[in-house]
Design a protein around this ligand. Sequence first.
Ligand code: UD1
Length: 417
Amino acid sequence: MDKLHIEGGVALEGEITISGAKNAALPILCAGLLTADTLALDNVPDLRDIGTTLALLQRMGMHAERETGGRVRLRADRIHSQEAPYELVKTMRASILVLGPLLARFGQARVSLPGGCAIGQRPVDQHIKGLAAMGARIRIEHGFVVAQAERLRGASILTDMVTVTGTENLMMAAALAEGRTVLENAACEPEVVDLAEVLIAMGARIEGHGTDRIVIEGVDSLHGATHRIVPDRIEAGTFLCAVAAAGGRVTLRDVAPRTMGAILDKLADAGLAIECGEDWIRASMDGRPRATSFRTSEYPGFPTDMQAQVMALNTLAEGTAVITENIFENRYMHVQELCRMGADIDIDGHTAVVTGVPELSGATVMATDLRASASLVIAGLAARGQTTVERIYHLDRGYERMEAKLQALGARIQRIR
Ligand code: UD1
């Protein structure tokens, strides 16, 4: 398995381009199932999770072509299977996003239940509850969600909690349902908005995306469209954390600062000097960061997907930060590894108390999820001496050429195969 070898203590200088958002691209690729016409997508990041999704769609009969420059062309005019098998779903929970589109367009779907994952239980009961309210007959059989419906009917759906992929699945299903669907307590994430914009470009009638009440008037069919995926706010935030921890001055291109309010606010609080334009961010850091406390929450609050990275920054800060993880119950797996590098972190339930230390020391570390791995890279870049991050398989799921981008900023980082 590949590892990353980092020689810490080098300030980051230079300019990099941010990729398209993984969490927008995943549902939008699945939206390709909703039409027999061509859906052309630009700025699709080259990631393991995207490869898994394309493999899943191809297995159903989707024609999916990756062209140069991040363009993907999809055509679902010969779908012969409505099944998502366990061996693909178990590697990527977002595979559940095929459920809504398959059911809405073909009247049936058989999707393996994702099961638990490293960061918590993550059930899909809300996806199922919403589709059942739209008239689907759903049963769990041999580990699969088996769903059928002649035609879905619009419904009023109030989810028990805010769920990102749940909102996306139900919005895609409702686009082809008969009549009006109202999604209450809907997720407001920029990736949900990006999906709504693609669906609208495909002929869907959607209002209220970006708020917690989305109204969808179902249509009989959708057509092809061309769309550019929104920039990845989590990738951008991760690189900004790296600069805040290691010091230096960087410019990010192709970013959407308007989607990054809570992240930029916390990093400014930590002492990062930030300047933004419409699609660029310039950031610089001199000296030691200041401790910055936060609680994760739904958008526009501070994202759980940035918790580990900003925790890594706090390990080096002046002062003590209190961090509360409110979205997932088991998302502190980076803590032990950060402590092995000299960090001072106490966990009590959902709360972590991080007392900054003047310096971390390099070590061999390993993480069991995507953002936890990113936090260890950040710690390694700032630490004294050498750090080896093992099992970067996780990192490859969500960061496009991370080490190449860091090398472009002058970091001493190598992939060891
Ligand atoms: C998405 C993101 C992930 C991010 C998360 C929270 C994608 C592909 N992934 O994951 O990167 O960390 O949002 O911002 O976009 N829940 C239930 N029942 C359900 C659905 C969710 O109990 O049916 C719970 C979950 O266990 C969790 C919370 O609701 O505690 C939020 O989860 P959700 O927003 O659904 O996360 P994902 O969509 O899986």
